[in-house]
Design a protein around this ligand. Structure first.
Ligand code: SF4
Length: 288
């Protein structure tokens, strides 16, 4: 069966060839003449990789910055406002990936929230693994667990959303076509699911070929108290090496507001500091 998947605007990136092997007119936004970019976050920071970004998300993150401004989801076009998304056959996605991975072995499936389309995602993972023994990372917000999908990936990058991501009513003027109170409640009720987080960790721990990371976006120093009290103290099976603290910010200017605070928290509490390498190297645009 050849399922169809809705991809966000940047889709499969950065690429040079299409599914038929034809060279694209537009070159990658990395500025390179070849496919691939560097994974910018987490345990595989710096690893040459190809990304597949699915459209649609079950959460609605909007953070507050230290300067009082707001910072919505940095992939707004893959979560809140998906009118630039497009549909592609799984077979065409796999062919495109194959044509752009002569020298790459790492695939990152991201979103949005990829696990909201379980059947299509499972089919994509099976066909990618049939094509080549890729190392596959899946990036998820940790609200959905599916055993057969986790079976097919090598690294689960989980980014649970803290209360700092809750879109309070006064942050919602930017949202279009949504009922503001509904969005607030919807996000707040779903953002943390301890049984689901534990199921993902347990799955990775019992399978030696799999690893996981818990990546938290930090906006103020007090966020670490919530991470430890409301999340880590309720989970087992993790080590300090699995915990990453990432400064809030979708561009260099926003990151500069709190990266030194997050670096100090990581050092003090013994967790990993997680820079956003792709923003430092390529800026905050799509497709890098
Ligand atoms: S969970 Fe991730 S993709 Fe979804 S709205 Fe939040 S930051 Fe964006």
């Amino acid at each position: 069966m050849n399922y169809r998947i809705t991809l966000a605007e940047d889709g499969i990136f950065p690429i040079v060839y299409d599914a038929q092997g034809n060279k694209l007119k537009e070159m990658p936004r990395t500025g390179y003449l070849f496919p691939g970019t560097l994974q910018g976050e987490g345990k595989l920071n710096g690893m040459p990789s190809l990304f597949i970004r699915l459209a649609g998300c079950n959460l609605r993150c909007i953070w507050s910055l230290p300067d009082g401004n707001i910072s919505a989801c940095d992939t707004f076009y893959a979560s809140f406002d998906t009118n630039t998304s497009f549909v592609m056959d799984v077979d065409d996605i796999v062919a495109t990936v194959a044509n752009n991975t002569q020298n790459l072995n790492h695939i990152v499936i991201t979103g949005g929230e990829p696990l909201i389309v379980k059947r299509q995602l499972r089919s994509l993972l099976e066909k990618l693994k049939d094509k080549k023994d890729y190392h596959i990372t899946i990036e998820t917000n940790g609200t959905i667990y599916n055993e057969s999908i986790i079976d097919l990936v090598n690294l689960v990058s989980i980014s649970p959303k803290l209360s700092n991501s809750v879109p309070h009513i006064d942050k919602l003027k930017m949202l279009k076509n949504t009922k503001e109170n509904d969005i607030y409640e919807y996000h707040e009720q779903r953002r943390i699911n301890i049984p689901t987080l534990q199921a993902i960790i347990d799955h990775c721990v019992r399978d030696n070929n799999k690893s996981f990371q818990l990546k938290f976006v930090i906006s103020i120093k007090e966020d670490i108290l919530e991470i430890e009290k409301d999340i880590l103290s309720k989970l087992v099976g993790w080590k300090n090496d699995d915990i990453l603290l990432m400064p809030l910010g979708k561009n260099k200017k926003e990151l500069q507001q709190n990266e030194s605070v997050v670096a100090s928290i990581a050092t003090e509490y013994g967790y990993r500091y997680c820079p956003r390498l792709h923003i430092a190297l390529y800026g905050s645009g799509k497709g890098v």
